[in-house]
Design a protein around this ligand. Structure first.
Ligand SMILES: NC(=O)C1=CN([C@@H]2O[C@H](COP(=O)(O)OP(=O)(O)OC[C@H]3O[C@@H](n4cnc5c(N)ncnc54)[C@H](OP(=O)(O)O)[C@@H]3O)[C@@H](O)[C@H]2O)C=CC1
Ligand SMILES: O=C1O[C@H](COP(=O)(O)O)[C@@H](O)[C@H](O)[C@H]1O
Length: 581
């Protein structure tokens, strides 16, 4: 039976040494890591053994307490002399999280619930304050009322959830203001100071707002509401620009007010459980890593589909399209993690260095390696589904793709010639996100004749189902028990809901906790972003310049047939459409 770990409450922090890397474990045997000051600052005390009371805490996604101070941290550049000499007790510091755009969809749907879940799991420091900031006029009470509608006691419906919720809401406050008003951010600063009560203040701003106001907010927050004695970090939501130029411009503008290491560019797919597990699967199981190359892998597929359209977000979406919305970030980030070389350590910079190398080894995407689609209205029985251009916020003649499939290549020794296929679409027949690895044929297969003519169907396929119903399964050929020699295609199946019955935390919980802890591994560094845009920008420009018409597909279908032709060009069949998926 798997041990359930509450990563934050010390009472339940029991785990096996195998969950730590070697380097950490050997030090962990001798040190007691305790959290004594601001979240990213740790104090190490020498202990000869780990007593139950002194079990070290497992908090950030790195799986072990972070090093004392990140040398790259904005706050670390200007540390308080006092802090370095004698770190203050935790009770002397305060964390404040300001959700900018608090009245919006993402804040209500994801950010406040994630903060509550962290509070519930004792992952937030003892002294914390949450502020909502937006233009909408609201009282603290109204904010609490709004938030409370989306908070759930999702964690096993444990006792005291109602009490916890009340305690959480008591720490939530609201400040109304314009996004470009330094004066309004100064008012926020005053309120933050009141709540901090003279303690060391660590401030996290979450920019859950449209991208055209990111820079205004970064300016106002950094000039008028940044911490004077602790750290200040800013989580920036996507999209990070529309192409290489606008992304570069956004980075340059943000850097006028923030250091790179204060900027946490979030890609919530990196916080998903199965995506986190990708590296564990690959680097800690001998059976996978030796196969992880062109020698054994025929192709890799990254598939994203949603069974709903752009409902409510058509205005935003039409300016971006599915390639920018999903492929250039979520799917490409997973690809980079999948294909990178072994990082030197699990430290953020080592992992991100390897990801950048992969991205920089990738060929720029060519128009002939892409097909685009757009969903049209469709009636099924009595029900009618509106097409993309039926959305009043979308122009009738919009050519924006709501579906795309692409073949990408990594020109390095490990992956030379292996097609990495991506497929992403809205308003399809199903909601799913998965990684499919199709292996090569078995050379000189003794049982070749048992498979009929289609040997492709008999190759192994490893599937990581990111959502829904998280699972890892490997398709193998197996003898059907009994006399004779009949074969079956079976799955070795690790279904998470059976193996790990506890509910899986939402991606935003992991990422918020990491930002609080100063763990940057799951956030996008600016050079990663540049490399990612370099792959897609020429293609995006060409699609727009040539006004390429998307292939129409009915709402709720499997998408345009062009995706099959594209895959066939590289001798690939989409694994999700194989009929035995
Ligand atoms: N919603 C989602 O599922 C996802 C969203 N994102 C990204 O997260 C960010 C926030 O998303 P979401 O909550 O959906 O966005 P919203 O459109 O809901 O905007 C958030 C808030 O920003 C303010 N706002 C909206 N439009 C403008 C404008 N034109 N000028 C100034 N302020 C405006 C509004 O607050 P007020 O009027 O009160 O000031 C609004 O409540 C965006 O960058 C989005 O791309 C990323 C992934 C998923
Ligand atoms: O970033 C985005 O992601 C969502 C899908 O996220 P998921 O976690 O629900 O799979 C997508 O709907 C949205 O268009 C996009 O901006």
């Amino acid at each position: 039976m798997a041990t359930q770990i509450n990563p934050c409450s010390s009472s339940s922090t029991t785990f096996s040494p195998s969950s730590l890397n070697q380097k950490t474990f050997s030090s962990a045997k001798f040190f007691n890591f305790s959290r004594k000051s601001s979240p990213s600052r740790w104090v190490f005390k020498i202990h000869s053994r780990i007593s139950p009371k002194n079990q070290f805490e497992l908090k950030s996604s790195n799986g072990y307490p972070l090093n004392a101070i990140s040398l790259h941290d904005g706050a670390a550049e200007k540390p308080l002399a006092k802090e370095l000499v004698s770190p203050p007790e935790q009770s002397e510091s305060n964390l404040s999280v300001t959700v900018v755009g608090a009245s919006g969809d993402l804040a209500k749907k994801k950010i406040f619930p994630a903060l509550f879940a962290l509070f519930y799991e004792d992952c937030l420091p003892q002294n914390f304050t949450i502020f909502g900031y937006a233009r909408t006029k609201m009282t603290d009470e109204e904010l609490r009322e709004m938030i409370s509608r989306t908070l759930t006691c999702r964690i096993d419906k444990r006792e005291n959830c109602g009490d916890k919720m009340e305690k959480f809401l008591e720490r939530c406050f609201y400040q109304s203001g314009q996004y470009n008003s330094e004066e309004h951010f100064a008012e926020l600063d005053l309120k933050l100071k009141q709540k901090e009560g003279g303690k060391v203040s660590n401030r996290l701003f979450y920019l859950s707002i449209p991208p055209d106001i990111f820079v205004d907010v970064a300016r106002c927050a950094s000039e008028r509401a940044s911490s004077k004695n602790g750290w200040t970090r800013v989580i920036v939501e996507k999209p990070f620009g529309r192409d290489s130029e606008s992304s570069g411009e956004l980075t340059r503008s943000l850097k006028k007010y923030l250091a790179e290491d204060q900027i946490f560019r979030i890609d919530h797919y990196l916080g998903k459980e199965l995506v986190e597990n990708l590296s564990v699967l690959r680097f800690s199981n001998l059976v996978f890593e030796p196969l992880w190359s062109r020698n054994y892998i025929r192709n890799v597929q990254f598939i994203f589909s949603e069974d709903f359209g752009t409902e409510g977000r058509g205005g935003y979406f039409d300016n971006y399209g599915i390639i920018r919305d999903i492929m250039q970030n979520h799917l490409l980030q997973i690809l980079a993690l999948f294909a990178m070389e072994t990082p030197v350590t699990l430290d953020a910079e080592d992992v991100r260095n390897e990801k950048v190398k992969v991205l920089r080894s990738m060929r720029r995407l060519q128009l002939e390696d892409v097909i685009v689609g757009q969903y049209k209205g469709h009636s099924k029985g009595a029900k009618t589904y509106a097409g993309y251009t039926d959305d009043p916020t979308v122009p009738n003649d919009s050519l924006t793709p709501t579906f795309a499939a692409a073949a990408l290549f990594i020109d390095n020794a490990r992956w030379d010639g292996v097609p990495f296929l991506m497929k992403a679409g809205k308003a399809l027949n199903t909601r799913r996100a998965e990684i499919r690895v199709q292996f090569r044929h078995v050379p000189g297969n003794l049982y070749k004749r048992n498979f009929g003519m289609d040997l492709d169907k008999a190759t192994n396929e490893l599937v990581l189902r990111v959502q829904p119903d998280e699972a890892i399964y490997l398709k193998i050929n197996n003898k059907i028990p009994g006399l004779g020699m009949r074969f079956d295609r079976s799955d070795l199946n690790l279904l998470y809901s059976t193996r790990y019955p506890k509910e899986i935390p939402d991606a935003y919980e992991r990422l918020l906790l990491d930002a609080i802890e100063g763990e940057r591994r799951l956030f996008i560094r600016s050079d990663e972003l540049d490399a990612a845009w370099a792959i897609f920008t020429p293609l995006l420009k060409e699609l727009e310049a040539k006004k390429i018409s998307p292939e129409l597909y009915p709402y709720g279908s499997r998408g345009p047939v062009g995706a099959h032709y594209l895959a066939a060009k590289y001798d690939v069949r989409w694994g999700d459409l194989a009929g035995d998926d």
